[in-house]
Ligand binder design. Structure first.
Ligand SMILES: Nc1nc2c([nH]c(=O)n2[C@H]2C[C@H](O)[C@@H](COP(=O)(O)OP(=O)(O)OP(=O)(O)O)O2)c(=O)[nH]1
Length: 128
């Protein structure tokens, strides 16, 4: 199966983290994820994550660190999820695609119903 490369951002707001909920009409409906999206042709990972975050959330971020990519096979598609630790820089947060968001502490993050591919990402982040 073809692997779709997807970047995602763990966005820090001081010591809390932004998580977003996919809408009912998206793939993986109502699952929680880190905002991000597919890498476009000719785009670097960093360009991709900054673009996706601005498109989805209307904010600018600073990218600080790349975590370990996760390859995950869902029943009908396969992704390489490439996570970055980032921090909020500017702009007013507005959702354009997602149905909800939280800015949560580590314990609160663990209670969300995550997309499966995000679980190793969350684990690596929480262990830092
Ligand atoms: N953005 C993002 N996508 C994730 C995460 N975890 C995870 O499994 N995914 C999946 C969901 C999507 O199928 C894919 C990312 O594609 P996308 O964000 O462009 O979402 P999409 O499927 O709604 O886009 P599209 O096919 O309609 O163009 O990766 C995550 O943390 N962030």
């Amino acid at each position: 199966m073809k692997i779709i490369q997807v970047t995602c951002a763990i966005i820090l707001f001081d010591d809390k983290v932004l998580a977003v909920q996919r809408s009912k009409t998206m793939k993986l409906p109502l699952k929680w994820e880190f905002a991000g999206g597919k890498i476009e042709a000719g785009e670097t990972e960093i360009d991709c994550i900054k673009r996706e975050i601005f498109e989805e959330l209307n904010i600018n971020i600073q990218v600080n660190k790349r975590l370990t990519p996760v390859i995950h096979e869902y029943p009908d598609f396969k992704i390489e999820l490439i996570p970055f630790i980032t921090e909020y820089r500017s702009g007013e947060l507005k959702l354009s695609e997602h149905s909800d968001f939280v800015i949560a502490n580590k314990k609160e993050l663990l209670n969300l119903d995550w997309a499966e591919a995000d679980l190793p990402v969350l684990e690596e982040f929480l262990a830092l």
